[in-house]
Every structure is written in structure tokens, then in C-alpha cells.
Design a protein around this ligand. Structure first.
Ligand code: CA
Length: 323
């Protein structure tokens, strides 16, 4: 079986961790590196969450973590800590001796892509700052990357951080605009309606995972548990899995039921609709620049993640903390 080479560009909290598990544990995935971008929770916290996830997968120290941009291109960083807490459900471990890679995340993206032109796909599950910076810094970057799988925006549907905008594009709209105008081959996994309809795990599904008697399933239950109260407060009945879905669709495109080409543009000048992704579906005379996933096999996706979490692993280091 040929494995799919990928890099995950992440603001590691909650479902980002699950997306990392897809890259780390799916036999069809060849996760070459993790690059960190400012997003969900504090930057250093995100790095710890990545280490925790590598440990949960029994792969601590095996995949390099490169630190990327610590704030958006133009704007002040906007936290989502009110949603995610620390992003790891209060888990901790002994971090002694754990290092991140000395090379900057933007340079790492450029180098990995240049070393294997046309082969590497980047799964982008945070604000697009690092990707925009790489495209600005190296004119060959766009051509060297095989594809971007981007979690962001909504397809003519509601946002999350505002009525108009989804968090990743809202935090760094200038970066998102740069990326969508750069000429990458892009697949988009939008927040709504796709994730809200097809990638929410309700109580029954979460209980099914909790019954999977593996350390990974316990890790999953712990890190997703913290957002359930917040989700309920905003009318979402369960845990949301936008980031793990994005990684899963790269590795298992058969999960996609329908997708279509769109012309996507990002709003950067309005405060009211900051970060809004206008997704034009082909009737406005605009040139398409992305494929948008419109529906997936939700049952197969839930089965896939449940199966992944059934993987027997031995944690690299034991977790400290717990209920
Ligand atoms: Ca994320």
C-alpha cells in the first residue's frame, strides 16, 4: 500500500489532537511533520498538546514539531480558550527533555515541499498564517505542494465565532485570502453545513467510543469532554470533529459523498463579516479555486474514528492528572 505523505499544520487543541492521531496511526498516512500556528489556545499550550498526543499514540519524539507563526499576519491573535480550555482536558505528563525542531515551521513547510515536489499534502486545521507566509517567502512553494486540505469557512451557512465567520478564517483573514488567491490545489472542509450535520458525535456515539477499552479511547474521551458543555450552550448536541474529518478525508476520500468546485473569496475589510468565506457555486462567472466537500458518509466516518481509537498503543509517557 502506498502511504500518503502529509504535514499537519495545526493549532493543537481538542479535535486537532484527533487529527494528529489520524496522521500518526492510520497505516495509509505518512505524517512527515507537525507545524504549529497561533490559534485555539496559547501557543506553548498547543505545543504541549501536540507532545501529549504523540505520547498517546506511542510516538513521542518520532515526528518533528516545528514552531510556526505566533500571531496572525496583520491582526491581534484571538483566543478560543473559552471553547477549548487548555485543549487537552487537563491532562499533563512529564515534559522533561522534550524538544521542538529548531527549524521554523514556515521554513520546514517550504523545505519538505521542495524536497518532494508534487508529493506532499498539507492538512491545514488552524489559521492559515504559516501557509500564507510560506507562499510569500518561496515563489516555488505553491507549485511544490501537491494539495492543501483546509478546514475553514462555511458553505453559504452559519459561522461559529461570529454569525458570518468560522474561527480559522476569522483569526487570520489576510492569510486565508492570500492562500485562496495563490493557486494551490485546495479541498475545503467547511464548518457548516457539513461538519454540523455530518461530524457531530452525539451521546450514543461518545458512549460507544468510551466503551472501547484502549488508552487512546480514554484520551479521546478526556480531551473531547471539555467542549461538550460549551457545545450544548450554543445548541450543538455533542462533540464536533472538523479537524479529524479533514485529515480523514485526505487519507480516505471514499468517505466523501459529494463535493463540487467553488470560487472562494475571503472578506478582509469589513468588521461585521471579517473572515467570511464567500463560496460561489459556479453560476456567478467566477473561476473556481477550490473543491468544497458537501456531504460525507457520516456513519462510516464515526466507524472509522472508533476503529482508529481501538488501536492498541502503549503511551510513551504516562499521563498525570485525571478526574
Ligand atoms: Ca484546529
Amino acid at each position: 500500500m502506498s502511504r500518503i505523505p502529509l504535514i499537519i499544520d495545526t493549532d493543537t487543541a481538542q479535535d486537532d489532537c484527533v487529527a494528529l492521531l489520524v496522521g500518526l496511526l492510520d497505516p495509509a498516512a505518512d505524517l512527515r511533520a507537525i507545524t504549529m500556528v497561533a490559534g485555539n489556545v496559547g501557543f506553548e499550550r498547543q505545543v504541549l498538546n501536540a507532545h501529549l498526543t504523540l505520547s498517546a499514540a506511542g510516538r513521542l519524539g518520532e515526528v518533528p514539531i516545528h514552531l510556526g507563526c505566533r500571531r496572525p499576519l496583520v491582526r491581534e491573535w484571538v483566543s478560543a480558550e473559552y471553547v477549548h480550555g487548555d485543549g487537552a482536558g487537563g491532562l499533563s505528563m512529564d515534559y522533561a527533555g522534550l524538544d521542538t525542531h529548531p527549524q521554523h515551521g514556515v521554513d520546514a513547510l517550504i523545505e519538505y515541499a521542495a524536497a518532494a515536489p508534487g508529493e506532499i499534502t498539507i492538512v491545514c486545521i488552524g489559521p492559515l498564517t504559516n501557509i500564507a507566509m510560506a507562499a510569500i517567502k518561496d515563489p516555488d512553494f505553491v507549485g511544490n505542494v501537491k494539495a492543501l486540505y483546509i478546514m475553514g469557512g462555511s458553505n453559504n451557512a452559519r459561522g461559529n465565532i461570529t454569525a458570518a465567520a468560522e474561527y480559522n478564517f476569522y483569526v487570520d483573514p489576510e492569510a486565508a485570502k492570500t492562500v485562496f488567491e495563490a493557486g494551490f490545489a485546495i479541498t475545503v472542509v467547511p464548518w457548516a453545513p457539513l461538519v454540523l450535520r455530518d461530524a457531530v458525535f452525539d451521546d450514543a456515539q461518545l458512549e460507544r467510543i468510551a466503551r472501547v477499552d484502549t488508552p487512546l479511547a480514554s484520551f479521546f474521551s478526556r480531551i473531547t469532554g471539555t467542549t461538550l458543555g460549551f457545545n450544548e450552550s450554543v445548541g450543538i448536541a455533542g462533540s464536533t470533529h472538523p479537524d479529524s474529518l479533514t485529515a480523514a478525508l485526505l487519507v480516505h476520500p471514499e468517505l466523501v459523498r459529494s463535493s463540487a468546485d467553488y470560487a472562494i473569496a475571503i472578506e478582509t475589510s469589513s468588521e461585521l463579516t471579517r473572515g467570511y468565506a464567500a463560496m460561489s457555486w459556479g453560476v456567478h462567472g467566477l473561476e473556481a479555486n477550490a473543491t468544497v466537500v458537501e456531504s460525507i458518509d457520516a456513519t462510516a466516518f464515526a466507524d472509522y474514528l472508533t476503529g482508529l481509537l481501538s488501536t492498541p498503543t502503549v503511551q510513551s509517557r504516562p499521563f498525570i492528572g485525571g478526574h
